[in-house]
Ligand binder design. Structure first.
Ligand code: NAD
Ligand code: DAU
Length: 367
């Protein structure tokens, strides 16, 4: 299925009030070549969703009727059906999820509900809505499922995850994402639903909720708090700037083959402790805080149970077949990210209030 046959008139984005979703909506409306359709952002606004992240988009593109927000749960079938009908949805980009590994260890149920049942609900509504009179599913529609490299498990010192690596999820989060990936591919294989799927490595950038490593550490440095490093600090992640992820997803939507998976990664592996030291230098320089003082706050804490040791993505397929590549260096992306957190204290205040604070205190105590 080539791009020419896909409509992209009315794109349903789930989880658009979260970190990657809100960056993707900005990207589609302001940077994506050739997109002039409407975006419908469906989000239930959990602790991780913040409508403030898109306040300017809402004001500008809401007025020109290219952006719509719908408050609701992807598990609510009647509601999802009503959205497909109301906006004549022809494309789904499915970001909505419970996304934090630590939370999945403490309370897996929400992950099963949203990541498994929610994905099933969306797929099944798409299948019914996109069925033509002859019983076949229209092939100019598209369901793009956003997933993670964590479905592949954990690597030793060498090797990379390819699209052919067998699934081996090891946390409730990654097991729930693996399950949703299998459902998406099963709907493609069994019913002919036009599905593409991407498995991406760790993203970072503006609007990321400060429970994830990079924003948590930036804010703790600025506030003089401890910097909690799990285990020996030598776990490895492959970091990608969120804007490069956006471009990869848009590339797959346009040129990706139906029923296929694409790995997306930064080719940018860092041990957590080494990353932290780079971040300390950047924050120290930008915020005028003594680097040694920040370094003194590094605190080794109890390891995450079942902590995956190393992730590393082989993304040669999307590069070779679709022509995508990373454009933002790690140094540049981190500088940008620190600048953004320094410039947006009201966003930080807003997202840290209420449920998030209570949840963190209940589960971890003061951090
Ligand atoms: P996030 O936690 O920042 O945002 C998730 C969003 O989904 C929030 O706005 C939340 O309100 C919404 N949501 C949750 N449950 C919902 C429900 N039942 N109905 C409707 N909306 C709901 O997550 P993120 O980091 O932006 O991740 C987005 C997607 O990308 C996820 O599917 C995640 O698995 C995947 N992913 C993330 C990363 C990463 O590094 N953050 C890397 C690879 C893949
Ligand atoms: O690989 C993609 C995945 O990346 C996504 O699917 C997930 O949604 C996303 O949350 C992320 O998962 P990680 O578990 O890798 O990200 P996190 O930021 O939670 O942790 C990154 C590394 O830093 C990991 O090795 C654990 C460690 N860590 C994390 C926190 C929050 C610490 O040492 N201290 C911390 O306080």
């Amino acid at each position: 299925m080539s791009r020419n046959m896909r409509a992209f008139k009315n794109i349903l984005i789930t989880g658009g009030a979260g970190f990657i979703g809100c960056n993707f909506i900005r990207f589609l409306l302001e940077k994506a070549d050739g997109f002039s359709g409407r975006i419908i952002n469906l989000d239930v606004l959990t602790y991780a969703g913040n409508s403030m992240s898109l306040a300017d988009i809402e004001a500008h593109y809401g007025a020109s009727r290219r952006y719509f927000f719908e408050h609701g749960d992807i598990c609510d079938r009647a509601f999802v059906e009503s959205i497909f009908k109301k906006y004549d949805i022809d494309t789904v980009v499915h970001f909505a999820a419970e996304s934090h590994v630590d939370r999945s260890i403490l309370g897996p149920e929400a992950f099963i509900k949203t990541n498994v049942m929610g994905t099933f609900t969306l797929l099944d509504v798409a299948r019914n809505t996109w069925k033509a009179a002859d019983g076949n599913i229209r092939q100019d529609a598209l369901f793009h499922h956003i997933s993670t490299d964590e479905v592949y498990g954990s690597l030793g010192d060498t090797g990379f995850f390819t699209e052919a690596t067998p699934y081996d999820p090891r946390s409730p989060y990654s097991a729930s994402k693996a399950s949703s990936d299998h459902l998406a591919m099963a709907y493609s294989h069994t019913y002919g639903l036009p599905v593409t799927l991407s498995n991406c490595s760790n993203n970072y950038g503006p609007y990321q909720f400060p429970e994830k490593l990079i924003p948590l550490m930036i804010l703790n440095m600025l506030e003089g708090k401890a910097l909690p490093v799990y285990g020996d600090g030598k776990n490895i992640r492959d970091w990608l700037y969120v804007e490069d992820h956006n471009a990869a997803v848009w590339t797959i939507m346009q040129k990706g083959a139906s029923g296929k998976t694409y790995n997306i990664g930064g080719e940018n592996e860092w041990e957590n402790i080494k990353l932290l030291n780079v971040l300390i230098d950047i924050v120290s320089k930008k915020a005028g805080i003594d680097a040694d003082k920040i370094r003194g706050a590094i605190t080794y804490v109890k390891d995450r149970p079942g902590h995956d040791r190393r992730y590393a993505i082989d993304c040669s397929k999307i590069k070779r077949e679709l022509g995508w590549k990373q454009t933002v260096s790690f140094e540049e992306g981190l500088e940008h990210t620190v600048d953004w957190y320094l410039a947006n204290p009201s966003w930080i205040e807003n997202i840290r209030s209420g449920e998030y604070q209570h949840w963190i205190k209940r589960n971890y105590g003061e951090r």
